[in-house]
Design a protein around this ligand. Structure first.
Ligand SMILES: [Zn+2]
Length: 305
């Protein structure tokens, strides 16, 4: 039987999602399970392996059908060595090799990338960035991640790592971030940052801030405007640094509130004189939570096809 299926895995702080994905980027069967990082990395790998077995069974396929397994994981990760180095949101997972055990269990190549890169690759393959190159994707959720796709490949910096676009500084007078500088995009426009700003003035989490913004409450509008301005400023920097054909905005926050962000971003960029602003598409991601799984599967197909 020919190989007709890849498995894409998306590992986040709260859940692991995996699915079979065909050569056209279409999802077949899927499984979602809690990450439970605190139960230990070995246990998580074991549960993932069981889930892969279940997917093979459900798709009535043997291992012969499987081209490879791709994994996108909340970073930092080391894609070259296949290591997850994220004790920050995956408690205790530091220098954890996810590639070797899965490769040994299933006898297929296994690839690991940062989840923001996987999402960018997914949107580039069959999503909002399809047929566009280069593209930059910014993902707004708990944090802000970024991925750059150049010539169909994930752009890599030193040691295979990806540009940390969530930590573009957009306000030198802003609060200090754990990344080492002040006023970076993530520290102003992530769900966590918006929620913390809301909590400081008694509004609540990010969801409550957006609800209060919609209801016309001034303090909430200020928090949201600050996040929007920070994103526009980061988009300006991204546009001038990479000159992408498409800038894709994704993640839960953009999925719900893209309309609040796009106007100010477009009007800022329309004033650019050093390139033709109309050549730059700024678009909302279309694959939602599946972008990571599909992009991870793309890694498998690219290597195995
Ligand atoms: Zn930062």
């Amino acid at each position: 039987m020919s190989k007709h299926m890849a498995i894409g895995v998306d590992i986040g702080g709260t859940k692991m999602a995996l699915a079979t994905v065909n050569a056209n980027g279409e999802i077949g069967h899927r499984i979602q399970l809690p990450t439970q990082a605190d139960l230990g990395f070995e246990r998580a790998v074991q549960r993932l392996a069981e889930a892969v077995e279940i997917l093979l069974h459900r798709s009535q396929s043997s291992l012969d059908a499987l081209v490879a397994i791709g994994v996108g994981c909340a970073g930092p990760v080391d894609p070259i060595e296949g290591l997850i180095n994220n004790p920050y949101t995956l408690g205790g997972w530091d220098r954890c090799d996810i590639v070797s055990p899965l490769r040994e269990l299933f006898g297929r190549p296994v690839f690991l990338e940062n989840d923001a890169d996987a999402a960018a690759l997914g949107e580039h393959w069959v999503g909002a960035g399809r047929d566009q190159d280069p593209i930059v994707m910014l993902t707004f959720g708990t944090g802000v991640g970024g991925g750059v796709i150049l010539g169909g490949e994930i752009y890599r910096g030193i040691a295979g790592e990806h540009p940390e676009l969530g930590h573009l500084s957009v306000d030198p007078n802003g609060a200090k971030c754990y990344c080492g500088t002040h006023g970076c995009l993530e520290s102003i426009a992530s769900g966590t940052a918006i929620g913390e700003a809301g909590a400081r003035i008694g509004i609540g989490d990010a969801r409550a801030v957006f609800a209060a913004e919609g209801a016309g409450r001034c303090e909430a509008q200020e928090i949201v405007s600050r996040a929007v301005a920070a994103t526009a400023s980061a988009a300006w920097t991204v546009a001038h640094t990479f000159l992408p054909q498409s800038l894709v905005l994704g993640g839960g926050l953009m999925e719900e509130h893209f309309d609040l962000f796009i106007g100010p971003i477009r009007s800022l960029l329309e004033g650019a004189t050093q390139f033709t602003p109309s050549n730059l598409r700024i678009v909302k991601a279309v694959l939602g939570n599946d972008a990571g799984i599909i992009g991870a599967a793309r890694l498998a197909w690219k290597a195995g096809a």
